[in-house]
Design a binder for this molecule. Structure first.
Ligand code: NAD
Ligand code: TYD
Length: 345
């Protein structure tokens, strides 16, 4: 039986990935290792804990804590590490970069060392298209392109990627990396734009759209991304990077309109607010390499956004309690002034 340590497994993509693995493979044993920061949440894994109790273990711990990581590896005889633990929100990286350095760079180093000491079959790093930086119209990033991160978040994710490649090169560690485009779907913390806009719209609250809203993202359904991570973890070549996305571009204003249309809410809820400093205008990936491994994205943007909106409508129990306490302090700090000064587009 393969024993897989999924770090960050109580987060958005991590919990969807764990669910995918347990439903797909009858012979895998999953150990989720997660610090449970503000966006880690055991509610994300409630169904998994009930249904797969014999094949699922949860450990609360920090990936930057070498002793705790080592103990988890030893206790469970781990064969594979998939690292999804990270600080992930660009806006928070502009407010308080410290935790991004500790988790996304130093934490990755701790996991790589543990992987080396325990001789794992595979170490898989889940990374982001943001490491390539802002991409000019008409171009798509290739895995061989230079990295040009422009935010503290993307800079620390890049640091993690480069360490992974260095551990492959220097020590022969069997490392693979996926660089995914923006994910949407169930269990995404409502600071990210899609769940923020859906839950605000459900409450008839304004949707704070940065700048002119013409920035371009490739919004992919989270389960498509999870399938790609699984495929690369199993069949990707050690030392290689694989981009993962649909190849379809959507402007933020179009995404906002799609959400409001699906909810039957007026476009007048959109507020054009002061832009994110250093905002990358466009990301776009070439995904030929992961397609050559046999992966295809199964959801169009419209299918992905429909499923996502439906999930938040049906699962108010999950998100309502998150939008309280420290979340509201963050919301006021980041959006208070922006919304007070906002125009309708
Ligand atoms: P998330 O913020 O929803 O979850 C992150 C998880 O990591 C949380 O459960 C949190 O508790 C845990 N965590 C944070 N610091 C930790 C630490 N020091 N030790 C142990 N656990 C810790 O993030 P997500 O959106 O699920 O992203 C997962 C990974 O995928 C990240 O590496 C992110 O960079 C990458 N990624 C995300 C997207 C996206 O659109 N969300 C796109 C591409 C890549
Ligand atoms: P986000 O979900 O933060 O992901 P990322 O910045 O990592 O791509 O943001 C997605 C896009 O939405 C990005 O172009 C910034 C924009 N955005 C807004 O317009 N308003 C918001 O309140 C947020 C959080 C993001």
């Amino acid at each position: 039986m393969r024993k897989i340590l999924v770090t960050g497994g109580a987060g958005f993509i991590g919990s969807n990935f764990v669910r995918h693995l347990l439903h797909t493979y009858a012979d895998c044993q999953i150990v989720v290792y997660d610090k449970l920061t503000y966006c880690g949440n055991l509610d994300n894994l409630q169904d998994v804990a009930e249904r797969f109790a014999g094949r699922y273990t949860f450990i609360q711990g920090d990936i930057a804590d070498a002793a705790a990581v080592g103990a988890a590896m030893q206790a469970h005889g781990i064969d594979v590490i998939v690292n999804l633990a990270a600080e992930t929100h660009v806006d928070r990286s502009l407010m308080e970069p410290d935790a991004f350095l500790k988790t996304d760079v130093y934490g990755t180093y701790v996991l790589l060392e543990a992987a080396r000491q325990h001789g794992v079959e595979r170490y898989h790093q889940v990374s982001t298209d943001e490491v390539y930086g802002e991409i000019p119209p008409g171009y798509r990033s290739l895995e061989t392109d230079p990295v040009r991160p422009r935010s503290p978040y993307s800079a620390t994710k890049t640091g993690g990627d480069l360490l992974c490649l260095a551990y492959h090169n220097s020590f022969g560690l069997p490392v693979t990396i996926t660089r995914g485009a923006n994910n949407i779907g169930p269990y995404q913390y409502p600071e990210k734009v899609v769940p923020l806009f859906i839950t605000n719209a459900l409450d008839d609250q304004p949707l704070p759209l940065y700048g002119d809203g013409r920035q371009v993202r490739d919004y992919q359904y989270v389960l498509d991304h999870c399938e790609a991570i699984d495929l690369v973890m199993r069949h990707g070549r050690p030392g290689e990077v694989y981009n993962v996305g649909t190849g379809h571009e959507t402007e933020n204003i179009v995404m906002a309109h799609a959400i409001l249309d699906l909810l039957g809410k007026p476009y007048s809820l959109i507020r054009s607010v002061a832009d994110r400093p250093g905002h990358d205008r466009r990301y776009a990936l070439s995904v030929d390499k992961v397609r050559a491994l046999g992966w295809r994205s199964s959801h169009s943007f419209q299918q992905a956004i429909e499923k996502t909106v439906r999930w938040y409508v049906d699962n108010e129990w999950w998100w309502r309690k998150l939008k309280s306490g420290a979340y509201l302090d963050y919301y006021r700090q980041w959006y208070g002034q922006r919304l007070a000064e906002a125009d309708r587009p």
